[in-house]
Ligand binder design. Structure first.
Ligand SMILES: [Fe+2]
Length: 367
């Protein structure tokens, strides 16, 4: 393994808590109805519709994993994280500025809201472990392979309908202060950096894939990703599906309904997921994935150089607009605001990242 540069986020030896999983994402949306129709095509089920808010769930749980809330602009409101230890929950309640609610914001479980260094509200929901259902594979045995034909005399079944979403898998956040935010998630929730990507010239770390520390229990390779960004924002969210067929079926349905594709189908390098990205009506990326890596707490942090090709091992060519490297007025104004407010922002790092993200992995393809 390469030497970890000194300014990288690291696993904390004494975190304030060990959280268990990502619970939900809350989004403000100007047009709630079009967003709601989109996410039903995407594969989520509506579980509660009240004035100004629609809650959705996947198939592995009766708890919400997606909250769309009426707003005057499209933006990220916050996220939720599950915790199973009452002792750890009490620790988090004692953090200055923590807001405790006996009945959580979007379900009935006790919740404490913290604020990450960028000011994003993070609801920590105390929930018994047995309350979380473990998804079971239901389509086992449908693949014929050389010497093995579990589908003898049967054609492949096909149903034209939205993908069956199992659960919310991960969210990727862009942060002006990369190290400060990444370290906060490690120290507050005991998250482990599964892999870190560094820039080729300066060797500055710019992306960290964080997993929850469940000891011997397997965790997703990443549930939260922190990446350097010009503005604090949500880059994408990803939902787990059963298998490649389900990913492809989801793609067929969304394209057939006239929705905008993002990038896919392919397989990521770090995390290994088979992925397919789409854009919701606001333009935000959302991902269907299957077959992601699962690690226990024993796997050490990997360090890798970042470039456009490091995002996938195979797949469709990445569209030019997939990584938003534009310097819009809005982003520049956010950057100036951040610098003026005294944030530790490295402009040379952001510029090197922009340069790296614009280089095609296949030079014969003109982006
Ligand atoms: Fe992803």
């Amino acid at each position: 393994m390469k030497q970890i540069p000194s300014a990288c986020p690291v696993r904390s030896e004494r975190p304030l808590s060990k959280a268990a999983d990502i619970a939900y994402i809350r989004l403000g949306r100007k047009n709630l109805e079009s967003a709601s129709a989109y996410y039903q095509d995407f594969g989520l089920d509506v579980m509660e519709k009240k004035e100004g808010r629609i809650l959705f769930r996947g198939n592995s749980s009766d708890l919400p994993c997606w909250s769309l809330e009426k707003a005057d602009r499209d933006f990220l409101i916050g996220l939720g994280i599950y915790i199973h230890s009452s002792e750890d929950f009490e620790n988090l309640k004692s953090i200055p500025n923590a807001e405790f609610k006996q009945n959580g914001r979007i379900n009935s479980f006790p919740c404490v809201t913290l604020f990450d260094p960028s000011g994003l509200p993070v609801d920590v929901i105390y929930i018994p472990e047995e309350r979380i259902r473990i998804p079971k594979k239901s389509r086992e045995g449908l693949w014929n392979s050389p010497g093995k034909s579990p589908r003898a005399n049967l054609p492949r079944p096909y149903d034209s309908k939205p993908a069956k979403i199992i659960r919310l898998g991960h969210a990727v956040f862009l942060k002006q202060e990369f190290l400060k935010n990444a370290s906060w998630y490690c120290e507050t929730f005991g998250m482990i950096p599964s892999d870190i990507q560094i820039l080729p010239e300066s060797k500055e770390p710019v992306i960290v894939f964080l997993r929850f520390d469940r000891g011997d229990i397997l965790s997703d390779h990443h549930s939260i990703v922190i990446a350097s960004g010009i503005a604090d924002s949500l880059e994408h969210c990803a939902f787990e599906l059963e298998d490649l067929d389900e990913v492809a079926r989801g793609r067929e349905w969304l394209l057939g309904r006239g929705h905008r594709p993002g990038w896919g189908i392919g397989r990521h390098l770090l995390g290994s997921q088979i992925f397919d990205y789409h854009r919701d009506p606001s333009g935000m990326l959302v991902e269907h994935y299957a077959d992601g890596d699962k690690f226990d707490s024993s796997v050490p942090t990997g360090i890798h150089l970042i470039n456009r090709k490091s995002l996938y091992q195979w797949g469709e060519d990445m569209p030019k607009d997939f990584l938003d490297t534009s310097l819009s007025l809005r982003k520049l104004s956010e950057l100036c605001k951040g610098i003026r407010s005294g944030k530790q922002i490295s402009v040379p790092t952001l510029m090197e990242l922009k340069k790296v993200a614009e280089v095609s992995p296949r030079t014969w393809i003109k982006y």
